[in-house]
Write a protein that binds this ligand. Structure first.
Ligand code: PLP
Length: 380
C-alpha cells in the first residue's frame, strides 16, 4: 500500500544518520569517494551522491515513477530528457502553449541537431493525426498551461501516442505531483522545474525527471555527459523544502479557488482563467485528471484599469518573475514570460496586454483581497 502524501513528503528519501542517529538527513558534501569501479563509484556529476540519490527517490515516489534524477534547473532536466530520446532526423510534436524557455530551446537549438518539430493544439485529435510522421518519436505536453491554464487531455494524448509507438513527456511544474500524476494517466516521462512548487520558497533553482527504470537509464547516460547535476547543499535544501510540499500546495489550492471566485465577481476583472472555476471550459476534464486545481490563475484586467498602475499599487503581492512560492506574486506575461513572442503570436495564443498571471501563496486570502482591492482602486 502506498504511503500518504504527507508521509512521503516528510520521510521518503531521507538519508539515514547512522553515526549520530539525528532526526534529519545529514548533508554529504564530499566530491571524492572511495573508488568502487566505474559503474558504482559515487561522484556528484554522476547524480549519485547520497543526498541526490535519496531526493530522487522522494520525487519518484510522489510521481508514481520507478526512478528519477535531480538536475541543476528545470531547463537542464527538460533539455537532457529530450536529447535522451531524440536524435538527428527525428520529429517531435509539441503543445502550442508551453513554457517560454522550453519553446526557445526548441526553436533555437533543434535545427542544428537536425530534429524536426511541430507546435499544435494537442487536444485536437485530427491535428495530431495529420502531424504524425514515421519519424515522430515524442509528444510533449504541459498542463495546466502557462499563462492561460488550459488543460491538455492527458489520457487522450497518451492513448494516441501508445497506438502509434510514440513516447510522451509532460511538464508537471504547474500542477506539482500533489495535484496531478501524469504517469498514472499513461505519460512516459515527467519533468519538473523544482524552482517552483517543489522548492516552494523562491530560493532554489532545480529540476527533476521521473520515468521508468528503462528510460531513466537513457536519461542518466546523457545526464552525466551534459553534467547538469545539482550541488548537494541545494539538494539538501530542496529535500527540506519538500517536507511541506503537500501542506503548502493544499493551502495554495484552497487560496487560489477563493481568489479565483473573488476575482470572477470583481468589477475590475473581465475574465478569470482557473481550472477550478465552473466557467473554465475544461473544468470537467480538470476534475477527472487532477486531484486539486493548483495555485496558479490568470485574469484580464478591465480596460478601466491601467496595468502598470495596478502592479504599482500592490503592496503585499510582489510583482516578480517565477512562481510557486509560499508568497503571492503577479506578473504581466506580455512584458516578461511571453515578451519574446511577436504581438501576432501572443494574440493567437490569447495573451492580452491586460493579462495578469497570479501565483497564489499561502497567506490569508482576506489580506490578499485587501491588497488587490487597493491596487484596483489606484489603477483607475
Ligand atoms: C520555470 C519553468 C521551467 C524552467 O525551469 P527553470 O528551473 O527555470 O530552469 C519549465 N517549465 C515550467 C512550466 C516552468 O514554470
Amino acid at each position: 500500500m502506498r504511503k500518504g502524501l504527507n508521509t512521503i513528503c516528510v520521510h521518503s528519501g531521507e538519508v539515514e544518520d547512522k553515526v549520530y542517529k539525528g532526526a534529519i538527513s545529514p548533508m554529504y558534501l564530499s566530491t571524492a569517494y572511495a573508488y568502487d569501479g566505474l559503474e558504482t563509484s559515487i561522484y556528484p556529476r554522476y547524480f549519485n551522491s547520497p543526498n541526490q540519490h535519496m531526493l530522487a527517490k522522494k520525487v519518484a515516489e510522489l510521481e508514481h515513477a520507478e526512478s528519477a534524477l535531480i538536475f541543476g534547473s528545470g531547463m537542464a532536466a527538460i533539455t537532457t530528457a529530450m536529447l535522451s530520446i531524440l536524435k538527428s532526423g527525428d520529429h517531435v510534436i509539441l503543445q502550442n502553449q508551453i513554457y517560454g524557455g522550453t519553446r526557445n530551446f526548441i526553436i533555437e537549438e533543434f535545427e542544428q541537431y537536425g530534429i524536426h518539430y511541430d507546435f499544435l493544439d494537442v487536444n485536437n485529435l485530427a491535428d495530431l493525426k495529420s502531424a504524425l510522421k514515421p519519424e515522430t518519436k515524442l509528444i510533449y505536453i504541459e498542463t495546466p498551461s502557462n499563462p492561460l491554464l488550459e488543460i491538455t487531455d492527458i489520457t487522450c494524448v497518451t492513448q494516441f501516442a501508445k497506438e502509434n509507438n510514440v513516447l510522451t513527456m509532460a511538464d508537471n511544474t504547474f500542477a506539482s505531483p500533489i495535484n496531478q500524476r501524469p504517469i498514472d494517466l499513461g505519460v512516459d516521462i515527467v519533468i519538473h522545474s523544482a524552482t517552483k512548487y517543489l522548492g516552494g520558497h523562491s530560493d532554489i533553482t532545480a529540476g527533476a525527471v521521473a520515468s521508468s527504470k528503462e528510460i531513466m537509464t537513457k536519461v542518466f547516460s546523457k545526464a552525466k555527459n551534459f553534467g547538469g547535476s545539482l550541488a548537494d547543499q541545494t539538494v539538501w535544501l530542496l529535500e527540506r523544502s519538500m517536507k511541506t510540499l503537500n501542506l503548502r500546495v493544499t493551502q495554495q489550492n484552497i487560496n487560489a479557488q477563493d481568489m479565483a471566485e473573488y476575482l470572477e465577481n470583481s468589477e475590475y476583472v473581465d475574465h478569470v482563467y482557473y481550472p477550478g472555476l465552473k466557467s473554465h471550459p475544461q473544468h470537467e476534464l480538470a476534475k477527472i485528471q487532477m486531484q486539486g486545481f493548483g495555485g496558479m490563475l490568470s485574469f484580464d484586467l478591465n480596460d478601466k484599469c491601467d496595468v502598470q498602475k495596478f502592479f504599482d499599487g500592490l503592496k503585499l503581492i510582489k510583482n516578480v518573475l517565477s512562481l510557486g512560492g509560499v508568497e503571492s506574486t503577479v506578473l504581466s506575461p506580455e512584458k516578461t514570460s511571453h515578451s519574446l513572442l511577436t504581438p501576432e503570436e501572443r494574440k493567437a495564443q490569447g495573451i492580452k496586454s491586460n493579462l495578469v498571471r497570479f501565483s497564489v501563496g499561502i497567506e490569508d486570502t482576506k489580506d490578499l483581497k485587501r491588497d488587490l482591492q487597493m491596487a484596483f482602486s489606484s489603477s483607475l
